[in-house]
Write a protein that binds this ligand. Structure first.
Ligand SMILES: [Mn+2]
Length: 322
């Protein structure tokens, strides 16, 4: 059974010749997997479509696909499909306001309303899961490479089923991708999980230097000097963060990294119960309820966040005891 919103999305794809797909800045495997898979699915199933993927390319994730150059002129008469993004300002590579029609498919808690054509499911593991479901529900053909992209997005956003993977539906989609589309997990894990010894060493630095408060907040500051010492850049932190999820005594953990090139403090936080997204929205950041990021002006803002997160952890612990 095709749900109403899926039918509406299908209609919009059918009735627009030119389609631009975009996702959030700092594309991760879910955002990239979803955008390129959807492009491949549309090209495979619909005749005479022009489909472009907007956004900055990310060198370590070339496997997912090659980004297109999207000019303003290309947008005016096009359908925008925004994936894996709750807020308009973080769209990468396109100006939302230039488009004729907009669709959004996402699993983040809603921040901005993009249009009346939104498929948001915050219980879905990933946007890739939603794209896979859309494809199967609508009986569309699934190209092999699209299946691989979708598989990687689901695996990455759940961190191999450690988070947000309590629903049978997630496993059903993965099962279909492996059984029907012949996706080979072990081949794809190489792309997602192979990392440099520098990054492993940086993880060691974070573990050794994490301060843990009595309320269960872990925090680390990483300076430009530290990054240089380990030969890594400030973008390496994201994948390391998830490795602290099953540590006794840690409820929430946050890493502040100096980014000299952009003159900001990159901030990445995770939580095992405390809701942290509202706090990060106050600092021009955001994300999921339990996984957030922001770019701060300086380390003094970091100190503010540490105090506020520690207070949230304290309240959370007190509530748990009640
Ligand atoms: Mn996602």
């Amino acid at each position: 059974m095709v749900k109403m919103m899926e039918e509406k999305i299908l209609e919009l794809i059918e009735s627009n010749k030119r389609i631009v797909i975009a996702r959030h800045v700092g594309g991760d495997p879910d955002a990239l997997g979803a955008t390129f898979a959807l492009k491949e699915i549309i090209l495979e199933n619909f005749k005479n479509k022009e489909v472009y993927v907007a956004g900055t390319s990310i060198s370590r994730f070339k496997f997912f696909g090659a980004h297109d150059k999207v000019t303003d002129e290309m947008c005016y008469d096009s359908l925008l499909i925004a994936l894996d993004i709750p807020d308009i300002k973080r769209l990468d590579g396109v100006d939302y306001y230039k488009f004729k029609k907009v669709i959004k498919i996402d699993h983040h808690p809603e921040i901005d309303k993009f249009s009346n054509n939104e498929m948001i499911d915050i219980d879905a593991s990933s946007t890739c899961e939603l794209i896979a479901k859309f494809c199967y529900d609508c009986n569309l053909k699934m190209p092999k490479h699209a299946a691989e992209n979708l598989f990687m997005g689901i695996i990455a956003d759940t961190n191999r089923f450690l988070f947000g993977a309590n629903k049978a539906q997630t496993y059903e989609m993965v099962l279909r991708l492996i059984r029907d589309e012949h996706v080979k997990p072990n081949e794809l894990y190489e792309i997602l999980y192979k990392r440099s010894i520098s990054e492993v060493r940086l993880e060691g630095f974070i573990s050794l230097n994490m301060n843990v408060t009595k309320n269960g907040l872990g925090y680390v500051r990483i300076t430009d000097e530290d990054l240089k010492k380990y030969g890594v850049d400030s973008a390496s932190i994201g994948s390391i963060m998830n490795n602290y999820n099953f540590v006794h005594g840690l409820i929430c953990w946050v890493v502040f990294t100096e980014d000299v090139k952009n003159n900001v403090i990159r901030t990445s936080a995770r939580s095992r119960g405390v809701r942290i997204n509202k706090l990060f929205e106050q600092y021009n950041g955001g994300g999921h309820v339990y996984a957030c990021g922001a770019k701060l002006k300086d380390f003094s803002e970091a100190d503010e966040i540490i105090d506020k997160l520690d207070e949230l952890c304290k309240e959370y612990k007190e509530d748990e005891l009640k």
